[in-house]
Write a protein that binds this ligand. Sequence first.
Ligand SMILES: [Fe+2]
Length: 266
Amino acid sequence: MKNSNSRRDFLKKSAALATLLMAAQKGVLGTIANASTSKSAIENNSLNFFEENVKTSEDGKFLLPILPYSFDALEPHIDKLTMEIHYSKHHQAYVTNLNKALETIDPSILGGIPTFDNIFDKVAKLPPAVRNNAGGHYNHSLFWILMLSNTDKHPTGKLADAINDTYGTFDEFKKQFSDLSMKRFGSGWAWLVVNKGKLVMGSTANQDNPLMNLDSVEIKGTPVLALDLWEHAYYLKNQNRRAEYIASWWNVVNWEVAESLFLSAK
Ligand SMILES: [Fe+2]
């Protein structure tokens, strides 16, 4: 590293992150990231939060990011057990399996240390395990910060204006987004993205996302909203009732984060 201050900062941040992750893995997340502290962290600096916590360790391994609220923070809309298993088991598995899969590839394919950017750009040349697990890691990292309890339940500001300009009304936007989420066959994700300055909605299969440089991914752009449509996101509470889960999710969308993503994408 070029200067010692940068290296010191990096090590300090890594140590702090490791401590928080260990605490999270011990199941004490609720005590270190209660709803009120996480709310202000997310609302005040959501994108920095994403960048600070979704990263690799010094040896280039991807890490499970901090969940920015307690497992029960989204009750009654998203239940505690689902959140705990979704984050601690499913998301952790994507991170673990991504690191394993990256050990099997020639590093020169990526042209540097693995990042979401170079993985998604070169994804067509990479094994399915890298595609699936990198997508799973990125998608879930975004999904967590796009939810919050006690939200206003509707967009405001420039994102609200863009939604109204594109879809007529917020209710019409919700209807179209819910409909396409219902139509995604099997597992996948629903997205609202910015593409060339315009809002576009669509869905992807499995753990694909709109940042992947793949012809088979029909929706391209910078994500503003992400909705997990895998049954593991709702089966424990809603069983097979995806419509019920989608209706619940609208109650916890973090529109401030969505607007931050929208503004930074334009
Ligand atoms: Fe998921």
